[in-house]
Design a binder for this molecule. Structure first.
Ligand code: PSU
Ligand code: MN
Length: 300
């Protein structure tokens, strides 16, 4: 494995000193946010993790090398370059063998984090079961990854571009614990309440770490979802954002957008329809998740 992974200097040092490390994904940089908000946010996430006594490892594949920790130039490249591959589990082998670049989704980030010995990962939202999955079969590979790869993922729940109820059912079937960070409600990304309950509420980072440790000490492989709601002051109006999302989905249907293109398409459309308000909320919640992930990594 050593032959495939490059560690940044900072991550290498943290590993040697057994210090807490938090993985960050790069699809959010290349496909989730527009330039320059994407690079600003990526760098702010790294800083907030450092401020909370952990070390950030932004994850991607560059020239076929698995990167655990990127330089600022590499992040800038992923933020600016057009047409970077959105890379999930199925893409990794080809990207590595063909020495390509890939922005890592939640699934690919979990895989690389796990190979690099990193236990905690912060992102915005995970992928899930799409609303019309009964006939499109569109269920994000993120969910299968959570079933088998032992990394804790701190997110703000899932967006209502997905079927949140079915996503939670799928996670239950796959044996993935869903922990609400200081909440009994599963958050819906832009809002702090999806209308669905979480399995367990944790009061703080130590409480989350205890449950995560217990899972892995019991030999139960797979991830844990730590659902951390967007702070109240940044939470959007539920009816408003739900209507915007409906509009965006209608557009995607009309244009026949499918597969890996659908999530980036909807994010961009939602941003446009909210005049950027959704993007501002997205930035705030990712920073909030980075903070909580750093605290959990420290406790672990
Ligand atoms: N949700 C967001 N922003 C994102 C994504 C999801 O709010 O950028 C990205 C993540 O990288 C996630 C991926 O892993 O989309 C899921 O894509 P798909 O549904 O194609 O599996
Ligand atoms: Mn999909």
């Amino acid at each position: 494995m050593v032959n495939y992974i490059d560690y940044s200097e900072e991550v290498k040092k943290a590993k040697n000193e057994n210090r807490p490390i938090v993985a960050l994904e790069s699809t959010i940089i290349s496909h989730g946010m527009p330039y320059p908000k994407n690079i600003e946010t990526a760098l702010m996430c790294e800083d907030i993790i450092r401020k909370n006594n952990a070390v950030p490892a932004t994850i991607a594949v560059i020239d076929g090398r698995l990167k655990a920790g990127l330089t600022q130039e590499e992040i800038e490249y992923l933020a600016k370059a057009k047409g970077i591959l959105k890379m999930s589990r199925r893409d990794l082998p080809a990207v590595v063998a063909q020495k390509q670049d890939g922005a890592a989704t939640v699934a690919a980030t979990m895989i690389i984090a796990h190979l690099a010995g990193i236990k905690v990962f912060a992102t915005g939202g995970i992928g899930g079961v799409h609303k019309n999955a009964s006939y499109t079969f569109d269920i994000s590979a993120d969910l299968q990854e959570l079933a088998k790869t032992s990394v804790a993922v701190v997110c703000a729940g899932v967006k209502s571009i997905l079927d949140i109820g079915l996503t939670l059912e799928y996670l239950e079937t796959m044996g993935v614990p869903v922990l609400g960070y200081r909440t009994e409600k599963f958050p819906a990304f832009y809002t702090d309440d999806s209308g669905y309950a979480v399995d367990y509420t944790v009061n703080d980072a130590k409480h989350a770490a205890d449950i995560i440790n217990a899972k892995w000490n019991l030999g139960l492989q797979g991830g844990v979802v730590v659902a951390n709601p967007i702070p109240k002051e940044y939470s959007m109006d539920k009816d408003y954002i739900d209507n915007v999302i409906k509009e965006a989905i209608k557009d995607a249907d009309k244009l026949g957008v499918k597969g890996k293109k659908i999530t980036p398409f909807l994010l961009d459309k939602i941003k446009e329809l909210t005049s950027g308000e959704s993007l501002a909320a997205n930035v705030k919640l990712v920073l909030n998740n980075s903070t909580v992930a750093a605290k959990i990594a420290y406790e672990l």
